[in-house]
Ligand binder design. Sequence first.
Ligand code: ADP
Ligand code: ZN
Length: 506
Amino acid sequence: MFGYDSFRGHQQAVIEHVMAGGSCCTLMPTGAGKSLCYQIPALCRPGVGIVVSPLIALMQDQVSALRELGIRAAALNSSLSWQEMQDALSAMQNGQLDLVYIAPERLVTDAILNILDHIDIALIAIDEAHCVSQWGHDFRPEYRMLSALRDRYPHVPCIAVTATADAPTRRDIMAQLKLDEIFVAGFDRPNIRYDVAVKDTPKKQLLTFLQDRPRGESGIIYCLSRRKVDETAEWLLDQGYTALPYHAGLDARTRANHQNRFLKEEGVIIVATIAFGMGINKPDVRFVAHLDLPANIEAYYQETGRAGRDGLPATAMMLYGLQDVALRRQMITNSDAPDEQKRVEHHKLTALLGYCEAAHCRRQILLQYFGDDGAPCGNCDSCLSPQQSIDGTIPAQKILSCIHRTGNMFGGKHIVDVLTGTPTPQTDKHNHDQLSTWGIGTDIDRRTWESFIRQMVAANLIFVDLEGHGGLKMTTEGMQFLKDKATLQLRLPREKESRQSKNREA
Ligand code: ADP
Ligand code: ZN
């Protein structure tokens, strides 16, 4: 029916499990072939397969593809006319449909449940199942009702599929949907090269990145704000690139038009907020660049996973700086989420910073996060230009004491001025050259101090206090670190990074 010669990854195991009436959660990266895992059992088992999906555009694509194969599929959503909806419902009632795609909020309406109560259901498949969990990065309240649906049809196999769920999210999905088995498939995307750099001259860094690549590649550039999306797209246009903005502030027609051009034309670069990408299936995206820190590792992995779906070499590049970290922390703190969830979000952010500041293979860190392991990959910046680590205990103590002596109110640059004994109007004004910590760090260059400060932020020993005008402050962990006389490994910046900074200083 589908025309494939063999199954991929866990497909066969999942299909056999569901065909036998079992329920499960299936974690596979995007593009690995999750749909087949429920489509085949839905066709083989008696009755209609119900597929819960949050995205209308995605439903439509799948339904058209299935119909082309001669499979009787329909999507019940707001894009249908009243008559079309009636026709689809009676087809479902009369057992004339193999698969029905439906949004969760529509599925749990009385009209639909009354029909389902009286027909055979082959299975219930839940796409983007991480939306069930508030530990997931895209919780949707309407997904919560699916738990009750499970109780209503306890003997119908349920298969929850997602490309992104860390351990707590998985546990939550399993519990909410009462699933009995979990299949986690290889998350590795070996053709994607991971590259993370400190953001110092973002435009120049982006341009260098693009200039180093073949002309005419398709790519996605993610920015945090709409304003930055617009600015960056415009600036790239001036530089001669076909760059189009995409964010929720643009009208629907412009958005659809830009998305279409990205899908159909060659060499289009989409500059977007995270509003772009869910459900986009373009195999030859050659790079994904993050000009700002993403929300967490799951979001980052999902966003970078849009590169290189054709299996050919692709690059995921990220620029990040301390200001990003502070902004993200502030976004979490100021959100309406319950405290418990804020704590989770803060932990997830810290895990992402650990990734950014890591001295060893980036892919290993990503895969470990998803419960997969592997050897160092040889295809990330850490593997390709390894970094040396040193015992950073004393430098860390010097940084902490300098932050403390200057009153927990100055940013990284000022702290480095004091450490290296570099007089500035600021240090003069505050008589900081009189401090005992003045010039205690002349043995280390500025660039390295800046990197150490970032690593200590990543390790959550200090934080950037946006309420306090971006000053660095010690965290409780930082105080504990001093009290326990703990040790800390710090990595030295790469050759390239210090060379760049020397050039800039020159
Ligand atoms: P996911 O939902 O995991 O992102 P899809 O189910 O959309 O991925 O499948 C991604 C692509 O892989 C589709 O084009 C699909 O037709 C193809 N595919 C799925 N299973 C197989 C297989 N066993 N052999 C070859 N191609 C497959
Ligand atoms: Zn690596």
